[in-house]
Ligand binder design. Structure first.
Ligand code: ARG
Length: 462
């Protein structure tokens, strides 16, 4: 069939070239936005006297019938160059000549830029609400685990005792920033490009602000050439998605470690683990591994989009059709991962006793012992050295710092007294970390209430 744009040419494409050129298989998911945008455009054309009210009514009626047929499943979006052509062709088939007036003062270039922004705003709303659920689970789990002492790590070596609540709240901070990034990105992209037309604007007396307002935008794009060629919002969103994935991936990596026999800090619910086809004993953390793995594809979506855009002269170029598969894949992947991650975390059992047992080993109270000596007047560097030597001795003798007797301590430095055992008691090590943001009880409580306040304030989410 000849293309709707047949004119200069006969519009008959080579079959492979036609398939190659077509984006309908992946842009059909924007049909709702496309139709909403067209309804607003038709209303504007009538309001401005560019088309008659009667034609606008026919157009809007036709568009609504197309929408309901797609939603009911009786109309399949296919056999078109893209979703925009599909809807317009359908409209003309249904209402005839009036349908041919819809594309007045509009181009597919501003139409696709509009649809994509509208579609991605909807996606951001969904992703923001998933992040909100994740933050709620983090707050709940943190509250349940303010007493769960575990080793904190640096270099994956046991370093200092923390609580599991403090560890979880670190992720709370990351996902709070992610919610903020989505909101910021939407605020910057929330300007309607419709009316930019092909690239230079139009000779018709259009009202771009009217369309923008109808469609929930904060305003209109200021330059028509930028309006049709800007895809910064895809890049910004993909980088926000990449950060969400990076955070999920680090969390997933820890879950994979914590569920191993080497750690046994948590146990995942059976619903989120798999078995092996050969090893009967296995309970694998496949979901967490997949989330870690899928992070790479979202980074790929970001890199692909940046690279696709870097050499494009103004204004629209067909290269830009490639924006959609990447940004859709990024959004789909983030949603899928969050939908699994949130209930997986919520249903995970925290094995506090195992965390505590691990905290008992590894000399994670050594800094506290050095601080103890320093507070008794020994210069910190000297104290550090003394404790380092004591740890070395314990390793050789297979002892902990708690096992050494008061006499042994005193023989090394007279500043040691029996209150040293109190100083190196694990709970005390945690709770005496009273500095703001530290793992001490008050700080953790404050972080939990701040997080809850953040979650309950609608303004923090798009
Ligand atoms: N399917 C196209 C895209 O996604 C729509 C815009 C086409 N514009 C054009 N001048 N060929 O970018």
């Amino acid at each position: 069939m000849a293309k709707m744009w047949a004119g200069r040419t006969e519009g008959l494409l080579n079959k492979d070239a036609d398939d190659f050129n077509s984006s309908v298989s992946f842009d059909k998911r924007m049909y709702r936005q496309d139709i909403r945008g067209s309804v607003a455009h038709a209303e504007m054309l009538a309001k401005q006297g560019i088309i008659t009210d009667g034609d606008a009514e026919k157009i809007i009626g036709g568009l609504k019938s197309i929408l309901s047929d797609i939603e009911s499943g009786s109309l399949n979006i296919c056999d078109a160059e893209d979703v925009h052509m599909f809807v317009e062709e359908q409209l003309i088939e249904r209402i005839g000549d009036a349908g041919k007036k819809l594309h007045t003062a509009r181009s597919r270039n501003d139409q696709v830029a509009l649809d994509l922004r509208m579609y991605l705003k909807d996606e951001c709303a969904e992703i923001s609400s998933l992040i909100k659920s994740l933050l709620s689970v983090i707050a709940k789990k943190a509250e349940e685990n303010t007493d769960a002492v575990m080793p904190g790590y640096t270099h994956l070596q046991r370093a200092q005792p923390v609580t599991f609540a403090q560890h979880l709240l670190a992720y709370g901070e990351m996902f709070r920033r992610d919610a903020g990034r989505l909101k910021d990105a939407v605020a910057r992209m929330n300007f309607s490009p419709l009316g930019s037309c092909a690239l230079a604007g139009t000779t018709y007396d259009t009202d771009r602000g009217f369309v923008a307002e109808k469609l929930g935008f904060d305003g209109i794009s200021a330059n028509s050439m930028d309006g049709v060629s800007d895809r910064d919002f895809c890049v910004e969103l993909l980088s926000a998605f990449s950060l969400i994935m990076m955070h999920l991936s680090r969390f997933a990596e820890e879950i994979i470690l914590w569920t191993s026999w080497e750690f046994r800090f948590i146990e995942l619910s059976d619903e989120f683990t798999t078995g092996s086809s050969i090893m009967p004993q296995k309970k694998n953390s496949d979901m967490a591994e997949l989330i870690r793995g899928k992070t790479g594809r979202v980074y790929g979506d970001l890199m692909g989009t940046l690279t696709m855009l870097k050499g494009l002269p103004l204004a629209y170029n067909k290269d830009m059709q490639e924006d959609k598969e990447s940004v859709f894949d990024g959004a789909d992947t983030v949603k899928k991962c969050l939908k699994v991650f949130v209930p997986m975390l919520e249903s995970a059992k925290v094995l506090k006793a195992n965390m505590y047992a691990a905290a008992k080993k590894g000399f994670i109270n050594a800094t506290d012992l050095a601080d103890y000596l320093a507070k008794k007047g020994v210069p910190f560097r000297t104290a550090y050295k003394i404790v380092g030597e004591l740890v070395g001795r314990c390793v050789v003798e297979n002892k902990t710092l708690e096992d050494l007797t008061p006499e042994e301590y005193k023989s090394i430095n007279p500043a040691f007294d029996t209150d040293l055992y109190d100083a190196i008691n694990l709970e005390n090590c945690v709770n005496r970390r009273v500095s703001e943001g530290g793992t001490g009880a008050d700080s953790v409580q404050k972080q939990i209430s701040d997080l809850k306040e953040f979650i309950n304030n609608e303004k923090n989410f798009y």
